[in-house]
Structures are given as C-alpha cells and as structure tokens.
Design a protein around this ligand. Structure first.
Ligand SMILES: Nc1ncnc2c1ncn2[C@@H]1O[C@H](COP(=O)(O)OP(=O)(O)OP(=O)(O)O)[C@@H](O)[C@H]1O
Ligand SMILES: [Mg+2]
Length: 269
C-alpha cells in the first residue's frame, strides 16, 4: 500500500522522494577577496544586502567594488545612486583604488546618479522615468544605494518609513536586481534599534566596524545574516588598499570585539 508520499509501506524512502528539488539559486560574486567565502560563495541574485558601518568604514568602497567587479568580471551593468556624493567625487575616490568609473560610464556600463531620496523614490515608482528607462534599456543587474539612512529624513513616522523601505526594496526585487544598501551605524551593539526596522526587511546584513587593538584602529567585517544560506560567523580583519577591500583572517584571542572595548582572551584559570 502506498502512503501519501507515494512510498510503499516498509520501503526505505528514495532520495528523490524525500528531497524537494529546489531550483539552484545563482550566486552573484562581490569579487571582494575573502568576502565571497564568508557569504558561502556570494550574494543570491536579486537579494537585498544592507551594509552597515561607521563613518569612513568603507561602505561606499564596498559598493563601488561590487559594481566595478560586476562590470569587469561578469559583464553585469551597474547603477550607483548616491544621496551624499557628487559623481566627480565618487570618480576621484574610485581612482584612488584603481577603478576608472568614468570610462565605464562612457561605455554605458555604469551609471552614477546624485539625487534626493524623494526624487529617487518617485522616479522608481513611475515606469516612464529616466531611471526606469536606464534600468530596463541597460538591463542593470546591480544597484547600490548610498546611503539608505537618508530615507529616515523623509518622515518621522516609523510605519511610513517602513512602507518607503518596502517600496524601494520591492521595486528592485521585481527587476531581480542584486542590491546593496549602505547605512550609517556608529553604535556598538550588533543589532541597533532602528526606525523602520530595515534589518528585518533586507535579505543579508554585513557590518563594517573599527576595533581598537593595542592602540591601533583596525577594520573589522562581519556577516550578520544571509537569508536562505549559511555564512561565516567570525569577525574578520579587512584592509582598504589599491584594488579595494581585502578581507583577511579572524581576530584570534580577542573577545567583545564589537563592544568598543575588546579584551584579550588569556589562559583560563
Ligand atoms: N587608495 C586607498 N587606499 C587605502 N585606503 C583608502 C584609499 N582611498 C580611500 N581609502 C580609505 O577609505 C576610507 C573611506 O572609505 P569609504 O568612503 O568607502 O567609507 P564610507 O564608510 O563610505 O564613509 P562615509 O561614512 O563617510 O560615507 C577612508 O578611511 C580612507 O582612508
Ligand atoms: Mg560613503
């Protein structure tokens, strides 16, 4: 006699009867040394990733590197929307890492837009806007919004803010665009209380922090969540250098690293 799974009584389940065959989801590589490994191979295509970090931590650099490598390594066009820096200043900063964004913009592989959150949101919601035209005509696959923190100034109402976040995220998800949202965060706790609860809406969260060790400031990176996938749990060092971000080894022998007062882990009594 067959049970509801189509398996006969007393028969061992065959692998095909017990394992659902989910379609394999494509991973989009950040091409940042060490980070793809922390993300179990990269970000899922179409996922929304929040990169939270202190001022100067490297958030914009991470976003630019994601777009630059998408174009040069994967031939995926990109769009960087900045709410804080003019394109000339982004071009200048990118050049210091060795990335000629102006050339990519001329080749219509990358677009840099400097705008306000309000204009961006209304352009995103109007199908005939130049923004949507670029997204469709260019087949933009990667977007960076720098920084999403500017949306908090659009309203004092947390429910309205959450709706704004949902509108932005759903519009980008609908197009299957892999997106990085940067966000300002200078707190010391891992999960800061935020208006609009953005951390709950996004698929992935990456934290970039400074840690003080032996009187020097070092840069630390941590993957806090990845929906639908495993990720590295340790806090790792990273450097900013010519060529961009390079993620190194974990901090050995330290605890409470992100608390603002890390301690050496001496031998236990
Ligand atoms: N060529 C380079 N080599 C090494 N470090 C660099 C280079 N160019 C810039 N930096 C460093 O990058 C850091 C700034 O990075 P970035 O602008 O990505 O940070 P951010 O988190 O976006 O900052 P903000 O919060 O101000 O927007 C600076 O601390 C600067 O020292
Ligand atoms: Mg920045």
């Amino acid at each position: 006699m067959e049970n509801p799974t189509g398996q006969r009584d007393g028969e061992a389940p065959s692998p095909s009867s017990t394992v659902t065959n989910y379609p394999v989801r494509k991973r989009v590589k950040t091409s940042i040394v060490g980070l793809d490994e922390m993300l179990s191979g990269g970000l899922f295509e179409g996922a929304i990733t929040l990169v939270r970090g202190a001022p100067g931590a490297g958030k914009t650099t991470l976003g630019m590197q994601f777009l630059y490598s998408g174009i040069t390594d994967e031939d995926e066009r990109g769009l960087l929307v900045s709410f804080e820096e003019f394109p000339f200043s982004l071009h200048r900063d990118a050049l210091s890492f060795g990335w000629d964004l102006r050339k990519l913009a001329k080749e219509e592989k990358l677009r840099l837009i400097f705008t306000s959150p309000r204009i961006f949101l209304s352009s995103l919601q109007s199908p005939a806007s130049p923004l949507n035209h670029t997204i469709q005509e260019w087949d933009v696959r990667r977007v960076v919004l720098d920084s999403i923190s500017h949306f908090t100034r659009m309203t004092r109402n947390p429910i309205e803010l959450r709706e704004i976040y949902n509108n932005v995220i759903n519009s980008l998800k609908r197009e299957g665009i892999t997106t990085i949202l940067t966000s300002e965060d200078s707190g010391t706790s891992l999960l800061t209380e935020e208006r609009g609860r953005l951390s709950f809406v996004v698929d992935n969260i990456i934290l970039m922090r400074y840690v003080e060790i032996d009187s020097t400031m070092q840069r630390a990176i941590l993957v806090l969540k990845t929906r639908g996938s495993d990720h590295a749990k340790e806090i790792r060092r990273f450097e900013l250098q010519e060529g961009g971000i390079v993620v190194g080894t974990r901090f050995e022998g330290r605890e409470a690293l992100l608390s603002g007062s890390p301690r050496s882990m001496g031998p236990r009594p």
